[in-house]
Design a protein around this ligand. Sequence first.
Ligand code: AMP
Ligand code: MG
Length: 419
Amino acid sequence: MSDATPSTLRPLAEMQAEILDAMTVLPATAIAIEDCIGLVLAGDVIAAHDLPPFPNSAMDGYAVQAADVATVPVELTVLESVAAGSVPTRAVGPGTAIKIMTGAPMPDGADAIVKVEDTEPLDGAVRILAGVAAGEAVRRAGGDVVAGTTVLEAGGRIGPAHLGVLASLGVARPRVHARPVVGIMSTGDEVVPADTAGLGPGKIRDANRFLLRGLLDELGAVVVDLGIVSDDPADLRDALSRAAGEADVVVTSGGVSMGEYDVVKQVFAGVGDVAFHRVAMQPAKPLGFGSVDGKPFFGLPGNPVSVVVAFEQFLRPALLAMMGADRLFRPRVAGSLGETVHTDPAKAVFLRVGAGYEDDRWIARLSGGQSSNVLSALAAANAFAVVPVGTSTVNVGDPVTLEMFRWPETRTRTEVLHG
Ligand code: AMP
Ligand code: MG
């Protein structure tokens, strides 16, 4: 691999394809269900039994024969009462009913439930006030999941509802792909730790490791933090080999552009395992990609907003691919811009916007300054408005694609109480 000629900008989609092509899926193991949230199933989950496993009542009420309550009111003898977790000992026949709680097994002979609200208790009997059709308020065995069917598919990420399905089917140790371990470091002689009290002249606090940590935590990756590395190539070489020893993926920020002290570029110059690209996108044009000691390597730019855009477009899909996921990209919605914006037609531009659903459509407004160092605008944004190559102006009201990276909560307590 060699450096792309400085004038060549690589199409974003081509860069993404090269990266995804190079990723291998991490091995699968069976792990405890409580540790599975966010991980990806390594195989289809086939239901070993019906859900519900047995026919049961959907209501507190009385198990009856529907034909028996066709004319109401009618009095039925109550044979017994069945709570959830116990089993009926009698069968329902004409003129009789069994009192039943939600989730208790249907007694033999009964084909419907009359809810308790439609009854009046009598001594040893019940007065039924409303008729029911056969099957009313009965949850069939297999009404949710039929034994033998594929209920969850390989490649899907496990969310809370999936945990519930797995638990219900007794899959206490699902087979999932491993969490990727990601080694991260910030480069730059100007970069100092976040807890530095007084900033020395020319110094800035390290934002990038925390941006990356946040993004990786959210994805379910394991972070190995190698700290801040100086612009001395020997320091970086040392940190890179430590990272590659411990992690599945190695990520740096800074030092990949056209400056004189771009340490990441210097270290890989002539080594051949990492190529430096200029991608037709803004922000995050420069990108180093290749491998360190056999581990995938991503050299992200230094500017914090570029770090996040590069993470979203390259690293996040790559990590999801390693995790075995079949869907790799954030959701996109069609919307429009609330203001006119001019962009560089040579690049796909990821505008930081606040996107909201107003009057049945998505509207996005710039969330602040659009330079790649302006973190405050990123913090105020929930989406990227993606302006494709070839477009130089997006007018107010023009359609635009919104890539949602955050779904913030809506409605304050005050709105709920007084709205
Ligand atoms: P570089 O590509 O190394 O020249 O960095 C580009 C810009 O990003 C410079 O203004 C750096 O000071 C800034 N930068 C680099 N690393 C960080 C970091 N970890 N946190 C905040 N800003 C950074
Ligand atoms: Mg630097």
